[in-house]
Ligand binder design. Structure first.
Ligand code: 0L1
Ligand code: MG
Length: 256
């Protein structure tokens, strides 16, 4: 088995068994971002082989704060499958995750395919609807610690998504207020402008990045635009709610 296939198997197993695994880069300093995207694909292919279905794309590292944390100046992307969907208003099982955190986001629903270098206007024309959303991120690496190459290989920490009601995208969503509440307490406050200055830029970047991998964003796909605030840890018993001005709320609970 070659080393990229081995990394993909290790990360897939870590996700399935909810057991942290050591970082790749300290032991393999030659590991590149291009190889990491190959590992990501191989790892998600294992999910697809088990019957999961691709439902879209997530953008990560889209805020200045996250870019600085990881030491990069480019967003990253990951692949979403139907098994990652958490029904809005339902309870997710903490036991399925290593050390989950939650990010308030917005999601795009596509009505037309998108790929390559596109303008914001072309990207918007391909959007059917936008929704308030949350992403559950769960690094498969020990202590939630990684370099860019590690986190790309680990499908940019993606492990769950919760989508609220779809809204007409023909409104100004560039700077909407966002709050994240846990058990009724406001724990994070932000704005959709935290996503690359305008969430549409994240969709434009997604189209470019997937094209570099020979893919397109399909009609019907969901695109998670990226985190808006810092990502608090999840714990059993919590009720978590994100509210995006004008778009509505989305919530879930955490059970054992
Ligand atoms: O969705 C994100 O922005 C997270 C990307 C990976 C970094 C992290 O796990 O915090
Ligand atoms: Mg995210």
């Amino acid at each position: 088995m070659d080393r990229l296939t081995r990394y993909a198997e290790t990360l897939d197993t870590a996700a399935r068994e909810a057991e942290a695994t050591p970082q790749i880069t300290p032991k393999d300093p030659a590991f590149t971002v291009a190889e990491a995207y190959e590992v990501q694909k191989l790892s998600v292919d294992r999910r697809l082989a088990r019957g999961e279905r691709r439902i879209g794309v997530k953008m990560g590292l889209t805020s200045r704060a996250k870019m600085q944390q990881v030491g990069v100046d480019e967003a990253a992307w990951g692949r979403l499958t139907d098994a990652m969907l958490v029904e809005e208003g339902s309870a997710l099982s903490r036991a399925k995750y290593v050390h989950p955190r939650v990010e308030p986001e917005i999601a795009f629903l596509m009505k037309a395919p998108l790929s390559g270098r596109v303008t914001g206007a072309a990207a918007l024309a391909a959007v059917e609807a936008i929704a308030p959303a949350m992403e559950i991120i769960d690094s498969r690496f020990e202590n939630f610690k990684f370099a860019l190459e590690d986190v790309v290989a680990d499908n940019t920490s993606s492990s769950g998504l919760v989508i609220g009601s779809w809204n007409d995208p023909r409104s100004d969503f560039s700077n909407l207020g966002v709050i994240l509440e846990i058990d009724g307490q406001v724990v994070q406050v932000g704005s959709t402008a935290a996503i690359l200055g305008h969430p549409l830029r994240s969709l434009v970047a997604a189209a470019r990045l997937v094209a570099e991998a020979g893919e397109q964003i399909e009609a019907g796909a969901i695109v998670m635009a990226g985190g808006i605030t810092a990502a608090p840890n999840l714990a059993i018993g919590q009720t978590v709610r994100a509210t995006v001005q004008d778009l509505g709320s989305v919530m879930f609970q955490v059970e054992a």
